[in-house]
Design a protein around this ligand. Structure first.
Ligand SMILES: Cc1cc2nc3c(=O)[nH]c(=O)nc-3n(C[C@H](O)[C@H](O)[C@H](O)COP(=O)(O)OP(=O)(O)OC[C@H]3O[C@@H](n4cnc5c(N)ncnc54)[C@H](O)[C@@H]3O)c2cc1C
Length: 526
């Protein structure tokens, strides 16, 4: 996956004035899923991302590949069933990135064991052959064995159930590589700045700009797909400035703590917080992640900011269930994501709006795919490309992604005993990173004592994963910024120097990168 090669393909096709079958705007889970699906069916597909792949919501999730116990409570059985099936397919196709995780719902009232016990049995049942493990009731002692950090006072017992956990931006990068392996052209830092129309007013392409060089392209396509998440209406307005908005936005924050706040390998699930939501505290890459909130916000932004009351809410709610309640000074990082929600007339709050996906076709022929969940990205893509075939009069090709292995596919080692190998998220590519480290032992050393990341990962990110900036490496190729913002700031200089070497930049570039990253990283501290 080399950026220069991607640009060359876009430029040459533009010069030939030859249309792509499918052009996708937006390089999050939704758009990248579409690029994988389209390319795997044999279509000529191009995907443009305005910033870096996964810069939007798709790197800021709760890291769950799940059916959504909450949607079960809302009675949305079809959504839960479809998500549970996708959960199973994703574990099958990307076992290096999707893991089974045990969750415990602690019971402090008499009615909780039967209520959640039966609900979670139904969850098991809906998963059918895609099940991850049977839920069961736990005694107080068993509950504390699994969650030693849980508040024991008035605890009666718990229910354990199983769901999936993943690394969202790592999966996204491997989806980009899968798309590229299948022949798609995918490019970051290349926003769509306008749409092209034919004589009858139908969208037949787009205008894009390479933000690194300023070069502009006219990209003709039989069908243009808008997969821009919370930015959906901005693209729709390019086709029709008077169009009615489709989207509402709500934000969710997560706080990251040292793992000692959640001992053991089990996640804590609080099914009903004081605002009627679900709160998770999850072990992730050697840390504990707590979230999330659901706060309506005005419009889209690439770097949404946490509200003080959201931070306070998570600290208080998590603190109620943990023997050592975390305080602000314990927060290693805070990250914020925006939900792309499709407007729903009757919903009383954003948390009540359905998480189903929506496909919308504007009168201009622009096809929009939005809503949904990370977990269901494959199904959303299948549905979208099916619509694109009809709308763009493409040849009728069948979807092949149900059994398509995702780049890096590798079975996790059978003898793993608890501790994660830090390179496991690269799957089969980890051998290449080890080989870079072997050739230069300096690149085998951790870049910071608090995190496992080594220099060889930076070199690999630049050479093979299209990382262009310090932020790309520390936010989405590694997860340093999301795990420990201060440590990430201290890693920025060696990362910038390694990138400068790989990408042939000078000292002025290094200095500018350090300034930009430090301003960004401050927003991830509390
Ligand atoms: C707090 C939170 C927690 C969540 N947790 C989970 C979870 O645990 N499990 C789960 O399954 N789902 C979860 N979700 C939902 C899931 O993360 C989202 O549904 C999914 O990431 C949306 O992906 P997307 O590609 O539609 O949007 P995005 O990831 O936002 O991608 C849209 C992209 O479009 C790009 N773009 C915008 N304008 C342009 C332009 N002009 N040209 C080119 N590109 C452009 C943006 O830069 C962006 O990268 C969560 C969501 C939130 C907010």
């Amino acid at each position: 996956m080399r950026r220069e090669e991607m640009l060359r393909r876009i430029r040459e096709r533009a010069q030939r004035n030859e249309p792509w079958d499918i052009a996708v705007i937006g390089g999050g889970a939704t758009g990248m899923g579409v690029a994988v699906d389209a390319a795997a069916r044999g279509f000529q597909a191009v995907l443009l991302e305005a910033h870096d792949f996964g810069k939007g919501t798709s790197s800021r999730s709760t890291k769950l590949v799940h059916g959504g116990v909450r949607y079960l409570e809302q009675g949305n059985i079809p959504l839960v069933m479809s998500a549970l099936k996708e959960r199973g397919l994703l574990r099958q196709n990307a076992p290096h990135l999707v893991k089974d995780l045990a969750f415990v719902v602690p019971n402090y009232s008499w009615w909780e064991a039967p209520f959640y016990g039966i609900g979670l049995k139904l969850y098991d049942l809906l998963a059918g052959k895609y099940g991850f493990g049977a839920s069961k009731l736990l005694t107080k002692e068993e509950t504390l064995q699994r969650l030693p950090a849980l508040e024991p006072e008035e605890l009666r017992g718990g229910v354990v159930y199983y769901d999936g956990q993943f690394d969202d931006s790592r999966l996204l990068i491997h989806l980009a590589m899968t798309a590229a392996d299948q022949g798609a052209t995918v490019i970051n830092y290349c926003p769509a700045t306008g749409l092209l129309r034919d004589d009858e007013g139908y969208v037949n392409g787009l205008i894009a700009r390479d933000d690194e060089s300023g070069e502009a392209f006219s990209i003709k396509a039989k069908i243009v797909i808008n997969a821009t998440g919370v930015f959906t209406d901005q693209i729709r307005r390019m086709a029709d400035p008077a169009t009615e908005p489709l989207m509402v936005t709500s934000q969710g924050i997560h706080l990251v703590f040292d793992r000692s706040f959640l001992k053991g390998d089990t996640a804590l699930m609080v099914p009903r917080t004081s605002d009627g939501r679900v709160l998770f505290v999850i072990p992730w890459h050697g840390h504990a992640v707590a979230g999330t909130t659901d706060t309506p916000v005005d419009g889209p932004s690439l770097e949404p900011k946490p509200l003080d009351e959201e931070i306070q809410f998570i600290l208080e709610t998590a603190g109620r269930y943990l023997t050592r309640p975390p305080s602000r000074s314990d927060v290693l990082a805070v990250y914020v994501g925006l939900r792309p929600l499709v407007k729903s007339g009757g919903a009383s709050s954003t948390s009540a709006i359905s998480r189903d996906h929506t496909i919308h076709v504007d009168t201009s022929g622009l096809l929009t795919i939005t809503g949904g969940k990370w977990t269901t990205y494959r199904h959303m893509a299948e549905d979208t490309v099916d619509h694109a075939i009809t709308l763009g009069r493409l040849r009728d090709e069948t979807c092949v992604t149900k059994n398509l292995r995702i780049h890096g596919y590798a079975e996790p080692p059978a003898d793993r005993n608890g501790d994660e190998d830090p390179l496991e998220v690269y799957g089969s590519d980890s051998a290449e990173i080890r080989s870079i480290a072997e050739q230069n032992p300096d690149l085998a050393k951790p870049l910071h004592p608090a995190l496992p990341y080594i220099g060889a990962e930076v070199v690999w990110a630049a050479r093979a994963e299209m990382a262009r900036t310090v932020e790309d490496v520390l936010s989405r190729r590694t997860r340093a910024l999301f795990l420990n913002a201060h440590a990430a700031m201290q890693m920025a200089e060696p990362v910038a120097k390694l990138l400068a070497q790989e990408l042939h930049h000078d000292d002025a570039w290094v200095a500018a990168q350090l300034q930009e990253f430090s301003a960004l990283a401050k927003q991830y501290t509390v």
